[in-house]
Write a new protein. Sequence first.
Length: 94
Amino acid sequence: MLYLISYDLKAKPEAEYVNLGAYLRNAGAVKILYSEWLLVSKLGAVALRDAITQHIAPNDKLWVMQLTSTAAWTGVLDGGPSSSTLKAMFEKAA
């Protein structure tokens, strides 16, 4: 399943959330915008939310949503994944 993970980090600067980025990268997520990631995972949305919550502060905001295999975009984060990488993620999740 393919998930969109989005967050608003309120407690401290994002640079101080080293464990959050490491967890997401180790899980295979790719960062597509400043606070949005895509992740192909066998875990459900609730399990992902619970795992990610361990790496953020209590007053931070988190959204985990399963996506369909249809998407369109124009550009991603500079230095982020290529369009072919993103297309492959959607195909893998389909």
